[in-house]
Design a protein around this ligand. Structure first.
Ligand code: ATP
Ligand code: MG
Length: 385
């Protein structure tokens, strides 16, 4: 059974509730369930009243689309009223509440996402989701073309779930109807907000086996729309060498794609931190396994070990690279020992000249392997050459 602290209290207040969507899928797939969403055949107003009667905190997080968040034993649970679509526009739906479980299930995207489970552990599976999950099939509920035209985000969601549950059979094992529909309707991805696209892309990239999904994105023409210039073969090659590398969307992106980072960051509205990190990863990797300690110290003086280590995964393959990373992680980061005020003691006035002098001494310090101390650096200022 799925069991997270607080679930029992939610069920005490709402015995007719069922766990729905991803938690049921992950539980049946043997994946650890960390988040549980409930569905209920009750309106949000009734859910709020029941929560109040049970002494549970209820936050109306998305009343318009039927979601109340209940807090039990410190855990938040989204409780969403069963819905039916009244109108769709390619992204957002106008919904109506219902008490019909199958109707709610039929508006969910994929059969593996359309199951629910009651308190006794009974699974309700109206569209053969269990069978598809076991076979590694990501299939739309209903007609793929219609479901995509209702909400184009489902194109990218398909690849997210394919990467996680469908990639065992490789890109060739994907549902034929889904692939045909995505290929025909791929341009609808252009209607999605940049944030949505980037958020889905990251989820695809961090899947345990992202390559088959990305290959399928390539074959359906979706990859060229969101990531022109991507080279799936390069990612595949580098992933083999990246055993031990952090599972990181930006690192994998840097292995998959080469292009203008600033333009990419602006296009998909990356956060400032993400843009800086991506630029760091995509800077040329200058370190090589045969480099001596002085070269490593020079690199460490300019950039943190974490950046150098992550970037090294894009540099090359083999045990030498492992050793290089080990050295980077155990070496202390050299700090240039002079500051402007040290030069002031020599009578140098703050200004461009001081900056130039510091740069020159720092370059000398780096050339020497970043070992000279403050006294030696000052002596160098007094007597260049
Ligand atoms: P994850 O582990 O990635 O969060 P999830 O299944 O929980 O997987 P969510 O995006 O959190 O995915 O959505 C929760 C559930 O809501 C899905 O399992 C699916 O049933 C339904 N759902 C979410 N977005 C859509 C959509 N765009 N169209 C149809 N159903 C959707
Ligand atoms: Mg979820």
């Amino acid at each position: 059974m799925i069991s997270l602290p607080g679930m029992g209290l939610v069920w005490d207040a709402l015995p007719e509730a069922r766990v729905a969507g991803g938690a049921v899928r992950d539980f049946l797939a043997g994946v650890q369930v960390v988040e549980v969403d409930f569905a209920v055949p009750l309106t949000p107003v009734v859910v709020m009243a029941r929560a109040a009667a049970a002494g549970l905190k209820a936050v109306p997080t998305g009343l318009a689309h039927g979601t109340v968040t209940l807090v039990a034993e410190g855990h938040g649970f989204e409780v969403t009223s069963l819905r039916r679509d009244v109108a769709t526009d390619g992204r957002h739906a106008v919904v109506e509440f219902t008490d019909d479980w199958e109707e709610d299930s039929s508006r969910r995207d994929f059969t593996i996402n359309a199951m629910s489970m009651d308190r006794s552990g009974r699974v309700y599976d109206y569209f053969s989701g269990q069978e598809d999950l076991a076979a590694g099939k990501v299939r739309f509920v209903g007609e793929a073309r219609l479901r995509i035209a209702e909400d184009y985000l489902r194109v990218l969601r398909f690849f997210r779930f394919f990467a996680r549950y469908g990639s065992r059979s490789g890109s060739g094992g994907a549902d034929v109807e889904a692939v045909a529909a995505i290929t025909a309707l791929r341009d609808g991805v252009g209607r999605l907000s940049a944030e949505r696209v980037w958020s889905e892309l990251k989820k695809i990239l961090v899947a345990p086996e992202p390559v088959p999904a990305l290959r399928l994105m390539d074959e359906t023409g979706v990859l060229a729309l969101v990531l022109p210039g991507a080279d799936v073969a390069r990612l595949e090659e580098l992933l083999k060498a990246m055993v031990g590398a952090p599972v990181d969307a930006l690192l994998r992106l840097a292995a998959l794609w080469r292009g203008d980072v600033a333009a990419f960051a602006a296009r998909w509205r990356l956060s400032a931190a993400e843009a800086v990190c991506l630029a760091g990863l995509m800077a040329p990797n200058r370190l090589r396994p045969e480099d001596d300690d002085a070269a490593l110290r020079r690199a460490l003086a300019d950039e943190p070990a974490a950046v150098l280590v992550d970037r090294s995964f894009l540099g090359g393959v083999g045990p030498g690279w492992e050793a290089l990373r080990g050295r980077l992680l155990t070496m202390e980061r050299p700090v240039f020992p002079l500051q402007g005020r040290d030069l002031e003691t020599l009578g140098v006035k703050p200004g461009p000249e001081m900056g130039e002098l510091l740069r020159e001494v720092r370059a000398w310090w780096a050339t020497g392997g970043c070992v000279a101390d403050a006294g030696e650096c000052l002596a160098r200022v007094k007597r260049p050459d």
